[in-house]
Design a protein around this ligand. Structure first.
Ligand SMILES: C[S@@+](CC[C@H](N)C(=O)[O-])C[C@H]1O[C@@H](n2cnc3c(N)ncnc32)[C@H](O)[C@@H]1O
Length: 260
């Protein structure tokens, strides 16, 4: 049986895309699957290079890293258009020390953050070039001169989408209420460097679907778009242990600085 995902956010059209972040049942699955990991260690270690920083986490989701950065002594603002994810974040221990904003980069105040970041490939949700340029310009406005922008985006050369198929991606997850969820992903369209895929979630009372499109930008595209928006690139690593691009995890881990 297929049951429809529930969509509530007024700020974003969730009816076709990204239900995984805005349906409370799927948000619980996301949280059960995505615990603190080496990507969080990487980002926290870079943020810690700016002590007691004012940090913006755009696309903070259910707040795992935002809460970790707050616990490490930073003043954190988490922004996300997905209300169900933010509600999950607000229920977690320490949430009262983080400022949570239901919104997008358009909501950011000027010159207010020492460090801004997008993690777990939030950057790839900006599919069109105009949307990507707009978010980078919003960051450029919101970060103080000399401040840093950090994000991860998958290196298209690693072709991660080829593993997003019902065989390689299939797994079963045990939930804290004792139920089990079987999950798999299938790519449904590839248009240039934009990949559209559907996650299938088989819960005990039926199946939910969530469809998303992600853009895979090359290292050259990332560098030139950052320069256009007023950033200099300090480093781009290919893996979570700061390996060179092409040598490790198929990532582009970007550390850029707002030109002073
Ligand atoms: C894969 S999750 C990552 C969440 C979190 N950063 C983490 O590490 O778990 C992607 C997040 O990007 C958010 N997102 C999607 N489109 C966005 C947009 N236009 N502006 C800001 N956030 C967006 C989603 O709501 C979702 O919470």
């Amino acid at each position: 049986m297929k049951i429809a995902a529930h969509h509530t956010a007024p700020l974003y059209d969730w009816t076709m895309h990204n239900a995984e972040f805005n349906d409370a049942r799927l948000v619980a699955v996301y949280d059960a699957e995505c615990s603190w990991s080496r990507d969080d260690d990487f980002f926290l270690s870079v943020v810690n290079e700016t002590p007691a920083a004012r940090v913006l986490d755009l696309g903070c989701g259910t707040g795992r890293l935002a809460l970790g950065m707050s616990a490490a002594g930073h003043r954190v603002t988490g922004v996300d258009p997905a209300l169900a994810s933010l509600e999950a974040a607000r229920r977690k221990p320490g949430a009262e020390r983080v400022t949570w904003i239901e919104g997008t980069s358009a909501f950011l105040p000027d010159r207010s953050f020492d460090v801004a970041l997008m993690t777990s490939h939030v950057a790839q949700f900006f599919v069109g070039d105009a949307d990507w340029d707009a978010v980078l310009f919003d960051f450029s406005r919101a970060i103080v001169p000399g401040g840093r922008l950090l994000f991860d985006t998958r290196d298209p050369r690693a072709r991660a989408w080829e593993r997003w198929n019902p065989v390689d991606s299939r797994r079963t997850l045990a939930m804290s209420d004792g139920s089990a969820v079987t999950i798999w992903t299938e790519v449904i369209a590839i248009a240039g460097t934009a990949v559209t895929f559907t996650h299938h979630y088989v819960l005990e009372d039926g199946e939910l679907l969530s469809t998303s499109t992600l853009r895979f930008r090359s290292e050259d595209e990332v560098r030139s778009s950052l320069e256009r928006a007023g950033f200099t690139v300090e480093n781009i690593f290919g893996g979570w242990n700061r390996e060179p691009v092409g040598a490790a995890d198929g990532e582009l881990l970007v550390i850029a600085r707002r030109v002073g």
